[in-house]
Design a protein around this ligand. Structure first.
Ligand code: NDP
Length: 243
């Protein structure tokens, strides 16, 4: 059945694949970018697929989520499916992480997910149907040198996911994480060749993932077929980490 889907960070990488797959499956998709050009690119992508929905501007670093939600609610349909996908990295060794890099990563990757989910879950509670998905990461489970801030947010999403899943399960709402391994996007472009080779060799499937791999897993968790799966993390990592 056609649903309304809201995706943060739909302009590039995994977010763009999410837009493509959800629109192609017949859903109405509203997805965000921090820039006007990114939002326009999302709208063009939706239009090219003859889909319904729109690209919107939203910067999760700015503390203006309540204004955005008020405007969104006045103009667009409330989402049945919320995908918290946008995230940033500010990699550094723990000892060198500045307060502002710690705070920015926490704000975008965790606090904004809390605020957005809190706003959009209310109508799901009334409807007694909903899907909340957090795009977390393999490093939230394993940790990673130079990523204490990022890993803390991704591990935090897992705790948030399980707690919320317990609270809303009896209202027909499922809450899950999708944890990508190494996916080739702008986010991983800066990874040095030596580290890339080591990661590659740690993947039993001997290939890096692509954005569509994450989109397919998310599509499944959002479907009626996944209605008895909640509080879980679906690892999509080619076997790189097996909890
Ligand atoms: P990209 O860096 O390629 O894309 C990030 C997206 O988030 C863009 O659409 C970007 O919008 C948006 N974004 C960035 N900053 C903000 C902000 N301040 N406010 C709102 N939106 C913002 O990332 P990926 O596609 O690689 O990652 C998507 C998700 O997958 C993230 O949660 C990431 O942590 C997770 N992940 C990715 C992995 C990988 O290997 N790529 C591995 C594990 C997890 P704009 O275009 O406007 O900048």
């Amino acid at each position: 059945m056609t649903k309304v889907v809201f995706i943060t960070g739909g302009s590039r990488g995994i977010g763009s694949a999410l837009v493509k797959q959800f629109v192609s499956s017949g859903h109405s998709v509203f997805a965000t970018s921090t820039s006007n050009s990114g939002a326009e690119a999302i709208t063009r992508q939706i239009d090219a697929l003859n889909g319904e929905g729109k690209g919107l501007i939203l910067d999760l670093k700015k503390n203006n989520l309540s204004d955005f939600i008020a405007k969104y609610t006045a103009e667009f349909p409330l989402p049945d499916i919320l995908i918290n996908n946008a995230a940033i990295v500010r990699d550094n060794l723990f000892i060198r992480i500045s307060d502002s890099d710690w705070e920015d990563v926490l704000q975008v990757n965790l606090t904004a997910c809390f605020k957005l989910t809190k706003s959009f879950i209310r109508p799901m509670l009334k409807k007694r149907w909903g899907r909340v998905i957090f795009i977390s990461s393999v490093v939230g489970l394993t940790g990673n040198v130079g990523q204490s801030n990022y890993a803390a947010t991704k591990a935090g999403l897992s705790g948030l996911c399980k707690s919320l899943a317990r609270e809303v399960g009896n209202r027909g709402i499922t809450v899950n994480c999708v944890a990508p391994g190494y996916i080739e996007t702008d986010m991983t472009k800066k990874v040095g060749q030596e580290i890339k080779d080591a990661l590659y060799n740690s993947i039993p499937m001997r290939k890096f993932g692509c954005p569509d791999d994450i989109a397919y897993a998310t599509l499944f968790l959002s479907s009626d077929q996944a209605s008895y799966i909640t509080g879980n993390t679906l690892n999509v990592n080619g076997g790189m980490f097996m909890p």
